[in-house]
Design a binder for this molecule. Structure first.
Ligand code: SF4
Length: 431
């Protein structure tokens, strides 16, 4: 290609890359013991999750909270739906503290939250945050009184709250009133548009009422959850433009398997790219016998692949094609990614910065060497008909070539050495 063929093709300035600046919000502090995590106020986007155990079973719940926390959940929500559950919350907190599991517990309340928080003050104290759904606290004066009771308890114990509205339990009276008003418009909106508006109005009006009742404005997080991607994006854009409370993002009832992951990612990625969202939860339905921690991994991977946070070294792997007849590279990519994730609970304190490391596992010579050179550490496995050897690249330089039946264990040892050398001792990190 000659120089003249580029005329008019090149950009006049570098294309912009990366998310928009984060939406400025109030910062909410969630405390447990002498520790704290910040939501909003410019803090990194917080990953949270929710247990699916019976909270009345304190042992099972504490074990699952521990698993979620070890996977990287920075807040864990537990349902508090019965007196038996509320009674066990302090025991769950104690077990976690005994096990050295440092994560705050959020209580998820519906219908009877005002009663449970009043009747079980030790539960109210042991929780670090309350989730309140104003759409299912009764109607009329009863709803107002129940809501006020929960907010007064939150203020008394100095607990932040999430006012979480959900289209499946939207305040019927508010919706009816807004539909009435809509009917008087010269050009009435669709019922769906009114519903989206009602979600935002419900969240903000309840937050303002909570402040009038004495809860500080920097103790309130809002969520407006729906289960359709485009509705969620529209609702949160609107919410973000109308208030400065931190936003908890999540596509409710996202579903199972790849559908749940894709739908959640599609919705949250758009919002996060626009600077909207201060904490996220991925509402995946686990496969039968599936691992609850999957929702934490997915949340982390959304944030990390978007460049918003780093949690675990990432493995770049090619998809494979007809040029490679073996599954060696698939197995190696899988085993290295699992190995790296398993190490992180220890590595994150021992090797600061290791979470930003990139590892490439490639299937053949077409893109293998190039992709491996761009990674911190990479391996290019032999494709069909290629010499059965696997060159390893470290910091862009070709180093050893692995051969034989033990490529996986030898490559893992090379990764371990690299981590120790680069992240292990002060001064060993590259500039
Ligand atoms: S690197 Fe090789 S094996 Fe992997 S997708 Fe590309 S051509 Fe196929």
């Amino acid at each position: 290609m000659t120089d003249s063929s580029l005329t008019g093709l090149c950009a006049t300035a570098p294309v912009s890359v990366g998310p928009a600046a984060r939406r400025p919000t109030r910062g909410v502090t969630v405390r447990w013991g002498d520790k704290a995590v910040r939501v909003g106020g410019g803090a990194p986007v917080v990953v949270q999750s929710m247990t699916n155990t019976d909270t009345a079973d304190a042992v099972a719940t504490a074990i699952q909270v521990k698993e979620l926390a070890l996977a990287g959940s920075e807040l864990v929500r537990i349902t508090v739906n019965t007196p038996e559950a509320a009674r066990e919350v302090p025991a769950i907190r104690e077990q976690l503290d005994r096990m050295g599991v440092s994560v705050p517990l959020v209580g998820d309340f519906h219908y009877n939250g005002h009663k449970l928080l009043s009747q079980f003050p030790e539960c109210a104290q042991a929780l670090s945050k309350y989730r309140i759904n104003p759409g299912n606290m009764g109607g009329g004066k009863k709803r107002d009184d129940n809501f006020a009771q929960m907010i007064e308890i939150a203020a008394r114990y100095q607990k932040p709250v999430r006012i979480g509205v959900n289209w499946g339990s939207l305040d019927h009276e508010l919706m009816a009133r807004m539909m009435d008003e809509n009917s008087r418009r010269t050009q009435p909106w669709t019922a769906q548009a009114v519903m989206r508006d009602a979600l935002v109005v419900s969240a903000i009006s309840n937050a303002r009422r909570a402040e009038q009742l004495g809860l500080p404005g920097d103790a309130i997080v809002l969520s407006c959850k729906v289960s359709h991607v485009q509705d969620l994006i529209a609702v949160y854009r609107d919410l973000a433009s109308r208030c400065d409370y931190p936003a908890h993002l999540g596509l409710t009832e996202a579903g199972m398997g790849s559908k749940g992951i894709v739908a959640s990612t599609a919705a949250l990625a758009v919002l996060l790219q626009e600077g909207i969202g201060d904490t996220i939860r991925i509402s995946l339905t686990p496969e039968p016998g599936g691992d609850r921690t999957r929702e934490v991994v997915v949340a982390q991977e959304i944030l990390q692949t978007m460049g918003l946070r780093a949690f675990t070294p990432m493995v770049v792997a090619c998809p494979g094609c007809g040029r490679t007849s073996s599954t060696v590279f698939q197995e190696l990519a899988d085993s290295i990614q699992s190995y790296l994730r398993r190490q992180m609970p220890v590595w994150k304190t021992r090797y600061p910065g290791v979470e930003t490391m990139n590892v490439a596992v490639m299937g053949c010579v077409v893109n293998g060497p190039g992709e491996s050179r761009h990674a911190d550490i990479g391996i290019s496995l032999p494709g069909t008909g290629e010499v059965p050897s696997a060159p390893v690249y470290i910091d862009g330089e070709r180093t050893v070539t692995l051969k034989g039946d033990h490529i996986a264990s030898e490559f893992q040892a090379i990764v371990e050495n690299y981590v120790e050398r680069r992240y292990g001792a002060p001064g060993s990190q590259r500039p």
